[in-house]
Design a binder for this molecule. Structure first.
Ligand code: AFP
Length: 345
């Protein structure tokens, strides 16, 4: 890529091609600017008084760290100066109305994966942008297909912005000298079939039958019915997993499981699964609950959780195939059905 394309010039080219394009570009630019500020705060961490200590808990009962609160404040401050009618944040129980006449609504996880910061693992900001409906708050309860843009920032060795806009996914890296995001990959496509899965394997005893059957097939590799041996990754940071999948494919699973509070998994629909699903689908991948396409789902509450299986089309399809024909009520059965059933029998 010869000419250095900045995020600003990329947005200027994209805006005329989409409805509300100028407003969408303004929101993305505002979030990007706030992410540059947040990247610096994360990099300095303890040197500027960030202790990682938790203050209270957020709306969903997660421990809230000082950096989570700071990230939320940064993103809110930025969005108050952008054409945003209302905001749902992981860090606040209720949606916040900003400018009721503005054309867009935003759902955001200001800092996902913050429990990894104490050991210097990549974390991120995840955002979802959708046109404001006639009734502002009902906007957030429309299906994920209502989104007009989405993306995430990874605060890692590089500060990377992944942007789904105009039905394509592009990747930018922050040039620390100019403090500008520079386009490095255009029209990213997820490989359709990579033998790599990401799941927190310590929860195996809590998984329902179909997920256990799928992972056991992967673990068996060519000793079983699979045509490949599988690799495994688990970073504990959704943005890092998603970026890896965009780079080399594979499947990520955070399923529902039998633990209290995990009946619908861990990840939230509005500001984690919806944006990730838009990124994956616009990059030629898939995102499902195991039974339903994530983008077809509408939230019933702002912090609703949902099982998330996303990535290569083959991997997501294989997980869905094991779920097919099995009534949800039997999901958590340990019946020998699953031991036999697998994907190939
Ligand atoms: P935190 O934001 O509480 O660190 O959670 C991160 C996360 O929501 C997501 O980024 C990870 O994929 C997932 O949790 C890891 O969950 P486990 O800790 O249960 O493996």
């Amino acid at each position: 890529m010869d000419e250095r394309v900045t995020l600003r010039s990329h947005l200027d080219r994209a805006a005329p091609l989409m409805p509300q394009g100028t407003a969408v570009a303004e929101v993305i630019a505002a979030l990007a600017a706030a992410s540059v500020e947040l990247a610096a705060l994360i990099a300095d961490g303890p040197l500027v008084g960030i202790t990682g200590q938790s203050g209270g808990v957020n709306a969903d009962g997660d421990q809230q760290k000082d950096i989570d609160v700071a990230a939320d404040e940064m993103m809110r401050r930025a969005l108050r100066h952008a054409p945003v009618a209302a905001l749902v944040s992981e860090e606040a129980a209720l949606p916040e109305t900003l400018d009721p006449a503005a054309p867009l609504c935003v759902a955001i996880d200001p800092l996902d994966g913050s429990s990894n910061l104490e050991n210097n693992i990549s974390v991120g900001t995840i955002f979802s942008i959708r046109p404001r409906g006639n009734d502002i708050l009902s906007t957030f309860f429309e299906p994920g297909t209502a989104q007009c843009a989405a993306g995430f920032v990874v605060y890692g060795p590089q500060t990377t912005l992944v942007l789904a806009l105009n039905r394509q996914v592009d990747i930018f890296i922050l040039d620390r000298r100019s403090q500008q995001f520079i386009l490095v990959k255009q029209g990213v496509k997820v490989r359709s079939d990579t033998p790599e899965f990401a799941i927190n394997a310590s929860n195996r005893r809590h998984w329902h039958g179909p997920v256990r059957a799928y992972i056991d097939e992967c673990l068996a590799g060519t000793n079983g019915d699979r045509d490949a041996d599988f690799n495994m990754r688990w970073i504990g940071s959704l943005v890092a997993e998603a970026l890896r999948i965009l780079v080399r494919g594979g499947v990520f699973l955070y399923p529902a499981d039998a633990r209290p509070g995990y009946r619908e998994g861990r990840l939230r629909l509005l500001y984690e699964a919806h944006p990730m699903a838009l990124v994956m689908e616009w990059a030629g991948g898939s995102a499902s609950t195991g039974r339903r396409r994530i983008l077809e789902l509408g939230a019933k509450t702002p912090h609703q959780r949902v099982p998330l299986i996303m990535g290569s089309v083959r991997g997501v399809r294989d997980v869905a195939a094991i779920h097919e024909g099995i009534e949800p009520m039997f999901d958590n059965s340990d019946a020998p059905l699953f031991a036999r059933r697998g994907l190939f029998r």
